[in-house]
Design a binder for this molecule. Structure first.
Ligand code: SF4
Length: 155
């Protein structure tokens, strides 16, 4: 059993109230292989909500207290992002999950690349807050842009 970003199966949990539905990922849930979740909702944020980006750092920096997550109107939502990541980790531990497919580029779920904090669409190397906490706890992460079938054959 593994975890999947909820927006990837069509749940309208994205900041603007929509989703990022991905047919391949939906099939995994239908087969009973995966459980969807949304760390930003688990962290207490509403939907829709203002878009947020990590400022001057990565998810690892947020977890270590070296960077903050700020939304489009300048509100500090760092604690929501950290709480959401902790709740998602709790879910992973309950399920015994060692693998997650997370939405690329998100300040929570992003793996490998995230936005740079300028809200101008610029990407930098780094992971979102939840992805960083998963990796720190030995959970393998890929995104919907990776070869899902190939990754699953190793899990
Ligand atoms: S936090 Fe993750 S699951 Fe929730 S909407 Fe953003 S990318 Fe999707």
């Amino acid at each position: 059993m593994f975890l999947i970003s909820g927006c990837l199966i069509g749940i309208n949990c994205k900041y603007n109230g929509s989703n990022n539905k991905n047919r391949e990922v939906v099939e995994l849930v239908k087969k009973g292989l995966a459980v969807p979740f949304c760390p930003e909702q688990l962290g207490g944020l509403p939907t829709p909500r203002y878009a947020s980006e990590i400022q001057q750092g990565s998810g690892e920096d947020v977890l270590e207290g070296r960077a903050r997550v700020i939304n489009q109107i300048g509100q500090d939502v760092t604690e929501n992002f950290k709480r959401g990541a902790e709740e998602a980790l709790k879910l992973a531990k309950i399920l015994g999950t060692k693998f997650a497919i997370l939405k690329s580029k998100s300040p929570s779920c992003g793996y490998g690349k995230i936005y740079d904090g300028s809200f101008s669409g610029v990407l930098v190397n780094g992971n979102g807050v939840t992805a960083a906490l998963f990796l720190k706890n030995g959970i393998k992460v890929i995104t919907e842009k990776d070869e899902i079938k190939k990754s699953l054959s190793f899990n």
